[in-house]
Structures are given as C-alpha cells and as structure tokens.
Design a protein around this ligand. Sequence first.
Ligand SMILES: *[C@@H]1O[C@H](CO)[C@@H](O)[C@H](O)[C@H]1NC(C)=O
Ligand SMILES: *[C@@H]1O[C@H](CO)[C@@H](O)[C@H](O)[C@H]1NC(C)=O
Ligand SMILES: *[C@@H]1O[C@H](CO)[C@@H](O)[C@H](O)[C@H]1NC(C)=O
Ligand SMILES: *[C@@H]1O[C@H](CO)[C@@H](O)[C@H](O)[C@H]1NC(C)=O
Ligand SMILES: *[C@@H]1O[C@H](CO)[C@@H](O)[C@H](O)[C@H]1NC(C)=O
Ligand SMILES: *[C@@H]1O[C@H](CO)[C@@H](O)[C@H](O)[C@H]1NC(C)=O
Ligand SMILES: *[C@@H]1O[C@H](CO)[C@@H](O)[C@H](O)[C@H]1NC(C)=O
Ligand SMILES: *[C@@H]1O[C@H](CO)[C@@H](O)[C@H](O)[C@H]1NC(C)=O
Ligand SMILES: *[C@@H]1O[C@H](CO)[C@@H](O)[C@H](O)[C@H]1NC(C)=O
Length: 349
Amino acid sequence: MKLIGLSFLASLAVTSVAAQTGGSIIDHGLPDDLNGSNFTYPFPLKLYKFTSQRQQLEMAFMDVAPTGTPNNKTAILFHGNFFCGAAWNETIHVLAHTGYRVVVPDHIGYCKSTKPTHYQFSLAQLATNARGLLNTLGVGNVTVMGHSFGGMLTFRYGLMFPGSIDEIVVVNAIGMEDYVGKGVPWIPIEESYATSRESTFASVQAYENTTYYVGLWEDRYDEWVQMVVDVFFGSKRDAFCWNQAQIVDVVLNQPIAHDFARLQPRLLLMIGEKDTTAIGKTWAPPDVAATLANFTALAHDVSAQVPNCTLVTFPELGHAPHISNPDIFHAALVEWLTTGTTNSTIETR
Ligand SMILES: *[C@@H]1O[C@H](CO)[C@@H](O)[C@H](O)[C@H]1NC(C)=O
Ligand SMILES: *[C@@H]1O[C@H](CO)[C@@H](O)[C@H](O)[C@H]1NC(C)=O
Ligand SMILES: *[C@@H]1O[C@H](CO)[C@@H](O)[C@H](O)[C@H]1NC(C)=O
Ligand SMILES: *[C@@H]1O[C@H](CO)[C@@H](O)[C@H](O)[C@H]1NC(C)=O
Ligand SMILES: *[C@@H]1O[C@H](CO)[C@@H](O)[C@H](O)[C@H]1NC(C)=O
Ligand SMILES: *[C@@H]1O[C@H](CO)[C@@H](O)[C@H](O)[C@H]1NC(C)=O
Ligand SMILES: *[C@@H]1O[C@H](CO)[C@@H](O)[C@H](O)[C@H]1NC(C)=O
Ligand SMILES: *[C@@H]1O[C@H](CO)[C@@H](O)[C@H](O)[C@H]1NC(C)=O
Ligand SMILES: *[C@@H]1O[C@H](CO)[C@@H](O)[C@H](O)[C@H]1NC(C)=O
C-alpha cells in the first residue's frame, strides 16, 4: 500500500514539474474578444500557454509593475466566481503603489482564459496552473491573495506550496465550512449547468445586491456585473456555463475546511461579516441552510485553527469588502503587509 502510494507520488512530482515549467507567454496581438470575453481590462493582458491534462490551454493574466518604490515582492491575486481578474483593479493599484509586482490571472474556465469542454477541474489543478504561470515568469516567492472561490483556492495553494509563499491573504472565502459535510446534498453537474444558463444581468445583480452588498447597491457595481454577463452571453457561452457548473462540483467535493490547522504561511483573514454566501443554500433543506454562512462564527473558527492568523472583520460589509469599502479595506491590508499587524485586528494568533 505504502509503496504504491510512494511511487504514485513520485510520478506525480515529475508530471507536476513538467506541467509547471512547460509554458510560454504571448504578450502581443491579443484580440479584444478573448476566449469569450470582450470586457476591457484596466491593464494590458498577456496569455500563458501551457499543456494540462493532454490539452493546450491559455490563461489570460495582467502583470503590473510596481508604481511605488519596489519592495522586490510579487503578489498574485485570485478572483472569485462571478468575477474576473479585472475586478481586482483597486487592489492592483494599491499593491503596485506599495511596491509589489502584481500578477492577476483569470482561472482556466473563466473570463478571458480557455473554457475547456473536457477538463477535470480541481483546486489543486488551478493552484498548479497558477504556480506554473509564476515559474514561467521567473517569479519565486509570492504573496497570494484570493477572494470568494479565489479565497478557497488560496487556502489550497497555501497547503500545496508553503515553501514559496511570503504570506497569504484571504477575503470572504467560500469553503470555510464543508457544505456537503454539513448536509447540503450533492447535485449533478447537469443541474448546476441548467441553473447557470439562466443567469442574466438582473439575476446576477439581484444575487450580488443581497450577498455582496447587503442590499446597498451602487451604480459603480454595475461594471462588475456587466463583466461576467459579457461572458455568459459571449462566444463561449455554453462552455462557460458548463465550467461554472464544474466549479460548483469542485466546491462541493473538495472541501478545505478540514485542513486549516496544516496551513503554514502566515494568513491575513479579511471578513465582511454580513456575507450570506454558501454554496447549496438554495437547494439544501431549510434546517441545513439555516446553519450555513454565519461568517462571524466561521471567521473565528478558521482563525482559531490556522497557526499564524490575523483576523480583520468588517461588521457592516458583505461578501466583497474590497469593492464596497476599498478605503478601509486597503488601509488594513497595506498596514498588515508592511508592518505585520493592523489596528483593525480583532484577533491575532
Ligand atoms: C483563446 O484565445 C487565444 C487568443 O485569441 C487563441 O489563440 C486560443 O485558440 C483561444 N482558445 C480557445 C480554446 O479558443
Ligand atoms: C462586447 O460585446 C457586446 C455584445 O456584442 C457589446 O454590446 C459590447 O459593446 C462589447 N464590448 C466591448 C468592450 O467590446
Ligand atoms: C530591491 O532590489 C534592489 C536591487 O537589487 C535593491 O537595490 C533594493 O534595496 C531592494 N529593495 C528592498 C526593499 O529590498
Ligand atoms: C481602475 O482603478 C482606477 C484607479 O482607482 C480608476 O481610475 C479606473 O477607472 C478603474 N478602472 C476600472 C475598469 O474600474
Ligand atoms: C520564500 O518563502 C519561504 C517560505 O516562507 C521562506 O522560507 C524563504 O526564506 C523565502 N525566500 C526568500 C528568498 O524570501
Ligand atoms: C438591492 O436590495 C435593496 C434591499 O432589498 C432594494 O431596495 C434595492 O432595490 C436593490 N437594488 C437592486 C439594484 O437590485
Ligand atoms: C453566528 O455565530 C455567532 C457567533 O458564534 C452567534 O453569536 C450568532 O448567534 C450566530 N448567528 C446566527 C444567525 O446563527
Ligand atoms: C507569524 O508570522 C510572522 C511573520 O512571519 C512572525 O513574525 C510571527 O512570529 C509569526 N507568529 C507565530 C505565532 O508563529
Ligand atoms: C493605525 O493607527 C495609527 C496610529 O494611531 C495610524 O497612524 C494608522 O493610520 C492606523 N491605521 C489604520 C489602518 O487605520
């Protein structure tokens, strides 16, 4: 048993090195409508071309140089579902000003990246794709930051690549609880796909209004709805809806909630407490749904488990504190990144 496990791991290591170093970068001549998204990004786009699971994939990314005095560090930002790298705009500006080089990919399956029809999506695969991009760019250590689904991915990335991480920042991650473990029924990908196909500007806006922005809609949020609706109705509509459904499957089947105690990098956990996001809340039995998405409780649970965690909470904000209140959010972020602490800290371990 043990031997098989070891040789399996050894061959996995060889494969993953190949997957991580086999890419190339295209930095010119990209069309506006890139793999099903014609949304205009705030910084120039490049493509990372690589082979994964026997197919050629392209991951679109922005690579922004420091605008302030360089601190010789690189940050990589992972966007959430219903978002693309572009929605990190404010954070990119702030981090570049702080001295970071900022790399911002669109995950495979999203936005301006390839939407493969046959791909085994996993958090570990998406993390490996990101590490491959960094290797191809010649980047060693990184600060990893992720929001929502990108926060769940950041946790996985932190478990997989602790040796090349300066620190991690997680913003209102999904998956801080094990949805299926708590009683959410698993649903087939076909079912999520049917739901995904029903998305419209109005439905995305209504969803984000409640969960992201606590019912306080501002016109400036329209842009980020338009960004994802553009993909829902773009030239890769069908593949995108399918990939969205596959991501639901990833979230249900690949919990990270049991692994927080093993997380080695230091973590800044930033939580809008009025968030109500939980995958499966809409189809779970009411008594199960009632136990989900208590972000006040989840924030304290996770922070108590992670060996080196600073928790910052925003009591009045929802799922996207970096967008709803960028000023207080980024002040706390930069303070922690540059001094290792922040006034907003309510709990440091
Ligand atoms: C993604 O876009 C790039 C650039 O236009 C293109 O080369 C590539 O073929 C596209 N990928 C797919 C799967 O269509
Ligand atoms: C993207 O495509 C949509 C639908 O064709 C169009 O309304 C919109 O103006 C396009 N946006 C850009 C930035 O090209
Ligand atoms: C960054 O690297 C440059 C060139 O090696 C060096 O001059 C500078 O002092 C470094 N800055 C920091 C903050 O480490
Ligand atoms: C990005 O942020 C900058 C600086 O805050 C702002 O001027 C610009 O309009 C923003 N762009 C987008 C696409 O939101
Ligand atoms: C990279 O990160 C690892 C893990 O945090 C740390 O041990 C190592 O010293 C870092 N390397 C550099 C060059 O900063
Ligand atoms: C957002 O939700 C609030 C509270 O339910 C509602 O009054 C408002 O009309 C909604 N705005 C949008 C744009 O959906
Ligand atoms: C959420 O958790 C907190 C802290 O554990 C608790 O005080 C509160 O009652 C919970 N809220 C709900 C709605 O269950
Ligand atoms: C947490 O990480 C910081 C930065 O690496 C370090 O200074 C501090 O001692 C660590 N705290 C614990 C409890 O490990
Ligand atoms: C933290 O407190 C110091 C001293 O009062 C102040 O200068 C700094 O701006 C505060 N930081 C934040 C993020 O509010």
